[in-house]
Design a protein around this ligand. Structure first.
Ligand code: SF4
Ligand code: SF4
Length: 318
């Protein structure tokens, strides 16, 4: 038993198992126009991994076949680079399922991407936009010079289309993460600060803020020493909150890599720790029945999801 298993065992939550699969989180490729300092997937303009057409077809089949999967959550890299991005969005939206796309906003200024906001609005797609700070220095420091101005300009355009405006049904959430290791501050307080500052500085509105802590893997992990990682994990363990365990995201989602391999979460995808189900660990052998109550692969890094109010791709858990 690892330290996380011991801890959840002490609160009668061992073993960690899936409860269902309501969200298919699909990573369409690791290429990204940015190269953020904390990126756990180590996306960059040089990455080549991209989901093939046949894997996208298989995902569409899975979504058609399983009403239990109500949401498609598209991520990357910059998933917008994948030539099948619009097809996957449109076909899933036409099935009546919820579609969430994750974006860094700056991508809308790359060649061939400028009409994406209108396309997403047309299909009523929910946008989760990463914006690690509401200040220029904070954003440019993590993501590169000019990224804050592009994000602000994209958000203004999305607001004009109706995103983040009451009564339109067009949702946009923003996502915060700390510059380095560290548990994200209280989500509610941070959301208020973002709302106030973005409105005051730029007239920007949005629906909710998601506060995510950083996982000490990938680019951030490589920048940390072994001792720094141990200290960080210890801090996370000390902040363990038993109320978060029942809601950790892996209990309700499955993560698909560009090559079609299945993972319990995006973090395990980055570490190549595929799901425990050896007979159903790719989209080609997808078996809802066995995957929806699988034993989840755990490690001390899971303390990141259960520290304080908890953390997930959808925000705090407790
Ligand atoms: S954190 Fe997001 S925007 Fe930044 S490099 Fe990684 S995938 Fe790209
Ligand atoms: S790190 Fe992944 S597997 Fe572990 S609790 Fe978090 S979502 Fe689940």
């Amino acid at each position: 038993m690892n330290a996380f298993d011991k801890k959840i065992s002490s609160v009668n939550s061992y073993p960690l198992t899936a409860e269902n699969i309501t969200i298919l989180q699909v990573n369409m490729g690791y290429k990204c126009n940015l190269r953020c300092t904390h990126c756990h997937i180590e996306a960059s303009p040089e990455r080549k991994e991209a989901m093939s057409s046949s894997t996208v077809d298989r995902i569409i089949d899975i979504l058609k076949k399983h009403d239990e999967i109500t949401t498609l959550d598209i991520t990357g890299g910059s998933p917008e680079y994948n030539p099948n991005y619009r097809l996957l969005v449109k076909m899933t939206a036409d099935m009546g399922k919820k579609v969430i796309v994750r974006t860094n906003l700056a991508i809308y200024f790359e060649p061939g991407m400028s009409d994406l906001p209108e396309f997403l609005a047309e299909h009523k797609v929910k946008i989760v936009a990463s914006l690690p700070c509401y200040t220029k220095d904070g954003v440019d420091g993590q993501r590169g010079k000019g990224t804050y101005d592009r994000a602000v300009s994209a958000l203004k355009r999305l607001n004009k289309l109706g995103y983040g405006r009451e009564g339109t049904g067009l949702e946009i959430d923003l996502m915060f993460n700390p510059a380095k290791e560290g548990v994200a501050p209280d989500q509610h307080m941070l959301e208020n600060a973002y709302r106030e500052k973005l409105k005051e500085l730029h007239g920007i509105t949005f629906n909710h803020l998601i506060a995510l802590s950083n996982m000490p893997i990938g680019r951030l992990g490589r920048a940390m020493s072994v001792i720094e990682k141990e200290v960080y994990l210890k801090q996370l363990e000390e902040k363990f909150n038993p109320d978060t365990v029942k809601n950790v995201m892996c209990r309700h989602l499955i993560s698909v890599a560009p090559d079609g391999t299945l993972y319990d979460c995006d973090f395990w995808q980055a570490l190549k720790l595929s799901v425990n189900e050896r007979t159903s660990n790719t989209v080609n052998s997808f078996d809802y029945a066995s995957l929806s109550n699988r034993d989840i692969v755990t490690a001390p890094l899971c303390f990141m999801c259960t520290a304080g109010a908890g953390a997930s791709c959808s925000g705090a858990l407790a």
